[in-house]
Design a protein. Structure first.
Lengths: 210, 232, 292
């Protein structure tokens, strides 16, 4: 029974959201605000149960002598919330600096070693050859170079540079077109899921109890 | 001045260098790997605290909206109600109190309160809000997608190729020809593997170089906007 | 006059057409054929080389916003692993729904194989914050990131986790991702630790992943509902005993979803063509009316 009641609640909330397609109304506003609140509550739940409890509090309480160093991330984490107290808001900068700096450092290595180097390496190819046609490699190399010339704004895009940049724009349009086509696929899939939920899952469950 | 700006900048430099330096040294110098692994352990925990910063912001804003009876204030009540119920279910699940035995199904397969709320409130709301995009993309395609120049024509040809080639429609169009059902899907496979890859790769390299240079500026203290300070 | 009305068609009529175009194929199945593509076949072929001694790390990096596309591919890949008795360590790195998606999908698939044991053949470690930090730390020690399983069991007491210290003990990572996390498995984990990575991602992010596929940073790619339907098709062709699971009435699968996908694509392409045709006709008429 709890399952069917839940499905009906889900169906009601889904229809509240879809009512926006007709026009803005209080049902949609209610669903929208509930969506925000429930999502934040979900964050609280997952962070508490999956990170703070197992990685911080449980080791601290069960084995404090060996895990006392975990007071460092605890204090740094709590320090972030000083930003909400105007008199000591500046203290949050210390935690923010540590947090941002670490992920920025990872990001730098990740981008250079994980993206720039392998992607350039994969473009260094013999111009004649490819998986589909012998012209594939040439098209790939040309496309990458032209797109990168387009993004180089330190010189004016005129003459030969302008022509190469123009070709880069065409390649970009081709990429954006592919992205648009896939985006249509992605968005439509979400609607398929909701329609399946409303007209198959909810209807079947209701039929079973009637 | 030291505590409010200099110390954060010094910490940014020191902590920012850890992943960069240890990337090169960790395998060459024994014992160095303890530094990044310890820092990473701490970062996992601090990230949890950071994720919840937004909750405090939203609660403050909603309470103010209700107290000052600003337009739409009743909806702030539903926001806070959802947050409090779901959040408290989550915290009780973390403490494993009474029926709140974890976030997912209990030890005997019973549905926990947090899971019930997730299945019947969180999942439908998340899915429904995002499924509206399907309607919007169809409306935008009809009303705004106009082929005004060569670039737009290229974009639309590419989009059509993907929309046809990535569905069975592409197989049906040329079915009348021998081997025709593979023409469009095959062309789409080539298209995604070659021209699309070329375009995406150019963007990836450009964006990665930009991101790496921004990271370096942050570590060196040139970029300070994340501290609310002006750029040096 | 009619052209102006067509171009300014009320958007709610467009919404209605899309809704009907989506609903009808769901209620009355068409059964369009599915043809696998090389990126999907690559992942399938790799899993076919793995067996009972091997371990796959399945990362649930998506939430309910993209579940209709990604849950079918996650189910198909897990069924494939369980058919071949490949052991699965499952985690979640997406904060908005990853932990429940992972738990529910793994639980559903494991229930279809009662001979498999939790803790020995599969384990769910749950969600962890600090995505990149967690990914890097797993390269040194899984236990440092996940000291307990999602059920609260200490990791050192779990038989499967006694054999998984770090990425060196993982034969393949499969990330079911909704955004940039799939890329991070490629440009962080594969790049720095060399562990093979495959990604099943939402259609919106799929085009970008082709660059990582081409550079060898990922060995297979499932893109959107189409990718999921291709994997299901390959799975049923190789393991015919699974066919009834995909033909069950009322159960959502990617192959069934492609019917509605195909109809909606046709509708949207028609919208674009009609909209442009009307626009060009109107422009021609205006320039013909203009004097000189």
């Amino acid at each position: 029974m709890g399952q069917v009641l839940g499905l009906w609640i889900g169906a009601f909330l889904t229809l509240c959201v879809f009512s926006f397609l007709y026009r803005d109304n209080p049902f949609f506003r209610f669903a929208e605000s509930l969506f925000a609140g429930i999502s934040l509550g979900y964050y609280i739940g997952t962070v508490s149960a999956n990170t703070l409890a197992p990685n911080l509090f449980r080791p601290l309480f069960r084995d404090f002598p060996n895990q006392a160093h975990l007071l460092i991330p605890l204090l740094l984490g709590l320090n972030l919330y000083c930003r909400f107290i105007p008199r000591i808001a500046w203290m949050a900068r210390i935690s923010l600096a540590v947090y941002i700096a670490y992920f920025v450092g990872i990001n730098m290595v990740q981008k250079l070693q994980g993206e720039v180097v392998p992607q350039i390496g994969a473009t260094i190819l013999s111009p004649w050859g490819g998986a589909f046609t012998p012209l594939d490699n040439l098209i790939l190399i040309t496309g990458v170079v032209c797109v990168m010339v387009y993004f180089y704004f330190s010189i004016e895009h005129k003459g030969p540079v302008g022509a190469v940049s123009r070709l880069g724009i065409w390649f970009l349009m081709v990429g954006f077109g592919a992205a648009f086509g896939y985006t249509v696929m992605g968005r439509v899939s979400l609607l398929i899921g909701r329609m399946n939920y409303l007209f198959i899952d909810v209807v079947r469950a209701t039929r079973q109890i009637l | 001045m030291f505590w409010k700006l200099r110390l954060p900048l010094i910490l940014t430099f020191l902590v920012g260098c850890v992943p960069v330096v240890t990337f090169f040294l960790a395998e060459r110098v024994p014992g160095v790997s303890i530094v990044p692994t310890t820092v990473e352990r701490y970062m996992v925990i601090i990230a949890g605290f950071a994720l919840l910063l937004g909750v405090v912001n939203v609660v403050q804003g909603s309470v103010r909206r209700i107290a000052q009876r600003r337009p739409g204030w009743p909806f702030a009540i539903s926001l806070l109600a959802g947050l409090l119920v779901m959040g408290s279910f989550g915290v009780l699940s973390a403490l494993r109190v009474g029926p709140f035995q974890g976030l997912l199904a209990g030890p005997r397969g019973e549905v926990t309160p947090f899971l019930w709320m997730t299945r019947h409130f969180f999942d439908p709301l998340q899915a429904a809000i995002f499924s509206l995009l399907a309607f919007y993309i169809a409306s935008a395609a009809f009303r705004a997608f106009r082929v005004r120049n060569l670039e737009a024509a290229l974009l639309i040809i590419a989009a059509f190729l993907v929309m046809l080639g990535r569905t069975p429609l592409g197989e049906y169009i040329f079915r009348w020809a021998p081997g025709g059902e593979r023409w469009l899907p095959g062309l789409t496979d080539w298209f995604m593997a070659v021209p699309n890859t070329a375009a995406q790769r150019g963007v990836i390299i450009g964006a990665a170089l930009g991101a790496a240079s921004l990271s370096l500026r942050v570590i060196l203290g040139i970029e300070r906007s994340y501290l609310g300070a002006k750029e040096r | 006059m009619k052209l102006e009305r067509l171009v300014r068609l009320d958007r709610r009529i467009i919404y209605l057409l899309i809704a009907v175009g989506t609903l009808l194929p769901i209620l009355w199945r068409i059964g369009f054929p599915v043809s696998p593509t090389p990126p999907v076949q690559a992942l399938f072929a790799r899993l076919e080389t793995l067996g009972p001694g091997d371990i796959v790390l399945a990362s649930f990096d998506y939430g309910p916003t993209t579940a209709p596309e990604i849950t079918p591919m996650a189910r198909a890949v897990l069924r494939h692993c369980f058919e071949r008795r490949i052991r699965v360590v499952a985690i979640a790195l997406f904060p908005l729904g990853g932990v429940t998606m992972g738990g529910e999908v793994l639980g559903e698939m494991a229930a279809e194989y009662p001979a498999l044991r939790d803790g020995e053949d599969y384990v769910y470690l749950g969600y962890k914050d600090g995505t990149q930090a967690a990914m890097k730390l797993m390269g040194a020690s899984f236990a440092s990131v996940f000291p307990f399983s999602n059920a609260g069991v200490p990791v050192e007491e779990i038989p499967l986790m006694q054999q998984v210290r770090n990425y060196a003990d993982i034969d393949l990572v499969v990330s079911f991702s909704t955004n940039v996390i799939g890329e991070w498995w490629a440009n962080l984990v594969n790049a720095q630790f060399g562990v093979p990575v495959a990604v099943g991602t939402t259609a919106v992010w799929a085009p970008k992943h082709f660059a990582f596929l081409d550079s060898g940073q990922i060995l297979g790619l499932l893109g959107g509902l189409k990718g999921a339907s291709e994997y299901e098709h390959l799975l049923v062709a190789a393991y015919p005993r699974l066919e009834p699971l995909y033909e069950r009435a009322g159960v959502y699968t990617a192959m069934k979803g492609m019917d509605a996908q195909t109809v909606d694509h046709a509708i949207i392409m028609l919208f674009i063509l009609i909209g442009n045709a009307a626009h060009f006709w109107m422009r021609r008429r205006e320039s013909a009316r203009r004097p000189g």
